[in-house]
Design a protein around this ligand. Structure first.
Ligand SMILES: [Fe+2]
Ligand SMILES: [Fe+2]
Length: 455
């Protein structure tokens, strides 16, 4: 059966027939389809879900950014309450002067509300969380001081939480963790704990977070509950979460509408207000361009035009990253297809030439569920001045990769769960791939700015 015959056969018989009437068969088929190729099919409606109990904001509390990470912080949680909630916050230094805060630090301190602290106040706004009766509470704190630790308190709840803003200048070590394709199982939890132990400034998860598929609120909530309770650093600070969209955030996976990202956009549309791609500029030293590999926004056209302009403006940034879900240089799926498009063909055609021209330092890719590192590449060929592609999204999901003999662009590849710790030290960047148990799977260094592609 040809690829087109198989696609036609699967989409017509399974979606119209047994899968549509059986959530179990649908999930089995989805898993199978995801292994063999990227098929855009809307799943059948699910019966009403029994959602997890949420007793307090702390069950789903997490931090993210929609503005400059050196001076803002966005606080979010899920609740059945629609009542706007007051957030009290103060710098840790000013709070510690007035009240001895507990040591060793923990995620949440108990006891009475500290007195005498010069709190600043902000209020949450609420909006719907997909097809549930839950509300997303969101509060963006602004005009914060760079490189400063803060404490905050939610409404009348007594617990104190901590976070830190990013420094204004990269004078000291800056570290963050990236990865993708998490899920909610034991491997994802082990990777969460390993990531938190690195004390990163933030975590970047580039698609396929919980695997809610735009249909399972329970899965989306479980992912956030795990993140909330596990992503706390050694000083008790909550670790902010940056994301971009993947196929398992969207009903059907590809070519969806914003409403198909049922449980993703309500949590992350602070950053993705109008488009499902954006750029996060951190001080004057690090920019991360976050792209949508065809799940809601098409790759060619507006998104690529936007990408060209944001990269051109940032080509002299000391550290310029791009991150997206479906890889340009896949380690499992085939980059070519007999009929139609191979995995990553549109990325290679529209995005990679821009990465090369505008001096992108590192591209982060995901979706194929292995550890991989490509050679530095220009036009798909090994070139010491080319762009390295790190991936391929195995925070909590695993597949068997193709060999470097079959894919000459691969420098290293292995069947490992992994996260990547990025350490920016001056103009050097260290990229450490760590297994879910914290063992070093790969060490790679990039340095300075690549020359722009010639010609
Ligand atoms: Fe995935
Ligand atoms: Fe994926």
């Amino acid at each position: 059966m040809t690829a087109m015959d198989r696609r036609t056969f699967l989409t017509t018989t399974l979606t119209g027939g047994i899968a549509a009437s059986s959530p179990f068969l649908w999930s089995a088929f989805s898993a199978y389809a995801d292994r063999i190729e990227d098929i855009a099919i809307a799943p059948p409606p699910r019966p009403a879900e029994k959602l997890p109990q949420l007793h307090s904001p702390r069950d789903t509390l997490f931090l993210t950014w929609q503005g400059d990470p050196t001076s803002t912080m966005t606080i979010q949680w899920l609740s059945r309450s629609e009542t706007p909630t007051v957030i009290r916050y103060a710098s840790l230094a000013s709070a510690a002067q007035e009240q001895s805060l507990p040591h060793p630090p923990s995620r949440e301190t108990g006891g009475e509300t500290p007195r005498g602290i010069a709190w600043q106040k902000a209020v949450t706004r609420c909006h719907s969380f997909g097809r549930t009766d839950l509300k997303v509470h969101r509060c963006e704190l602004t005009h914060l001081r760079p490189g400063t630790e803060y404490v905050f308190q939610i409404g009348e709840h007594l617990g104190l939480y901590r976070f830190r803003t990013m420094p204004a200048k990269a004078n000291d070590l800056i570290s963050f963790v990236s990865g993708g394709d998490c899920g909610i199982g034991p491997a994802a939890i082990a990777s969460n704990l390993t990531a938190a132990r690195q004390d990163p400034y933030f975590v970047l998860i580039a698609g396929d977070l919980g695997y809610d598929n735009g249909t399972s609120a329970t899965t989306a909530i479980s992912f956030i509950k795990n993140y909330s309770s596990q992503m706390v650093d050694s000083q008790g600070r909550l670790i902010p979460l940056i994301t971009c969209i993947g196929n398992h955030e969207v009903r059907g996976g590809y070519k969806g509408q914003r409403s198909d990202a049922t449980y993703y956009l309500p949590l992350f549309d602070g950053l993705y207000r109008e488009t499902t791609y954006n750029v996060l500029d951190i001080g004057d030293y690090l920019s991360i361009v976050l792209l949508d590999s065809g799940h809601i926004s098409p790759i060619p056209g507006e998104q690529t035009d936007w990408l060209a302009s944001v990269l051109k403006e940032r080509q002299d940034r000391p550290h310029l990253y791009v991150a997206y879900h479906v890889p340009a240089y896949p380690s499992v799926r085939s980059p070519q297809a007999l009929i139609g498009l191979g995995t990553g063909e549109l990325q290679r055609q529209h995005w990679c030439p821009l990465f090369e021209r505008y001096r992108v330092d590192v591209a982060l890719e995901h979706h194929d569920h292995v550890f991989k590192r490509t050679h530095p590449l220009t036009d798909g060929l090994r070139d010491r001045y080319g762009v390295p592609y790190l991936g391929d999204g195995s925070w909590g999901k695993l597949r068997t990769p193709a060999s470097p003999e079959k894919r000459p662009y691969l420098a290293r590849v292995s069947r490992n769960y992994h996260i990547t710790l990025h350490r920016l030290e001056g103009e050097q960047r260290f990229h450490l791939a760590l297994t879910e148990n914290g063992k070093v799977a790969d060490v790679y260094m990039t340095q300075g700015k690549r020359p722009a592609k010639r010609g």
